[in-house]
Design a protein around this ligand. Structure first.
Ligand SMILES: [Zn+2]
Ligand SMILES: [Zn+2]
Length: 303
């Protein structure tokens, strides 16, 4: 689980697990001692998972900074909550002891945040009860989701830098062993990437290519994430919508999308691929194919 988390978020984690009344796992981004937060997933009798946000003893500054998060961070947080709900999670949240709508930041208090309570309850599908491996997989999946939700809201200033930084990510300026100012951009790409993959999976959303199917274990989890609307074109105040703005694409389709500026829309590229495929099929079949001529969508001009 530690490995998976570090691969997804590219920061180091502490993963602990044990059994009290029920089996549990607790994941914590490594950072200043006592000033971070954990996500704890408890497996209640194979029937449900209870996932809690657990601030550490000296996390007041962190909680307060969450209360000052900007619109984009909040949008990503809310989007991530909606993703949890779409997967069957029952999500509840209190700020300073007051219940709020977790996916609607307009209901969050503007006063300084002193306390956050956040819990997701998931009923496990009946057919995996007792299947230790599948239950564990569910615990991992929901732990990652909740971790992604909260990483979207924090500045990770106090998190130690992972020496194994993904070279495809933007260069980081580092201050000793700590993230510095560039962290914002970095966090965004990490959390957004996670949300994009959690929602759409790792197959190319244009052509369907799946690296794991082709290359086995070494291709597992490999995919590019494309911004449908280029970041440079986003006006000030534009809040990214991870559901619509980010899609997983294979490097081939990614390169083709960027053959013009602004890039092709994914749907355009899909149409181009289909048109070429049909034209090719017709060539291969020889004459007599009326399909291309009749199908405006397949053969028409670029729209
Ligand atoms: Zn592709
Ligand atoms: Zn792109």
């Amino acid at each position: 689980m530690k490995e998976t988390l570090e691969k997804i978020f590219d920061i180091p984690f502490l993963v602990e697990n044990g059994v009290d009344s029920y089996p549990w796992v607790r994941i914590t981004p490594k950072g200043e001692k006592g000033q971070m937060f954990s996500i704890k997933v408890v497996n209640r009798a194979d029937v449900r998972l209870v996932i809690d946000f657990e601030p550490q003893t000296f996390s007041a500054a962190l909680v307060s900074s969450m209360g000052r998060s900007d619109g984009e961070k909040r949008a990503v947080f809310c989007d991530s909550v909606r993703l949890q709900m779409a997967r069957g999670g029952d999500v509840s949240m209190k700020i300073n002891g007051i219940p709020v709508v977790p996916y609607d930041s307009s209901t969050w208090p503007s006063a300084e945040w002193k306390r956050i309570e956040f819990q997701t309850i998931v009923i496990l599908p009946a057919d995996i009860a007792g299947e230790a491996r599948q239950v564990k997989e569910k615990m991992r999946e929901w732990g990652c989701l909740a971790m992604g939700t909260f990483l979207s809201l924090v500045r990770i200033d106090s998190v130690e830098r992972n020496p194994l930084v993904d070279p495809s990510l933007p260069m980081l300026q580092t201050e000793g062993d700590r993230f510095s100012v560039v962290v914002n951009k970095y966090e965004r790409s990490t959390v957004n990437r996670f949300l994009c993959i959690a929602r759409y999976g790792v197959a190319c959303s244009v052509c369907g290519f799946d690296f794991k199917k082709k290359y086995g274990a070494m291709g597992d989890g490999f995919i590019h994430v494309h911004h449908v609307i280029p970041i440079s074109k986003l006006g000030p105040g534009y809040v990214i919508d991870p559901e619509k703005d980010l899609i997983p694409v294979c490097p081939n389709c990614h390169a083709m999308l960027h053959r013009k500026d602004p890039p092709y829309m994914p749907e355009e590229l899909r149409q181009i691929i289909n048109r070429e495929r049909q034209a090719y099929d017709c060539l291969a079949l020889g004459s007599g194919c009326s399909m291309v001529a009749e199908n405006d969508e397949g053969c028409g001009e670029d729209k």
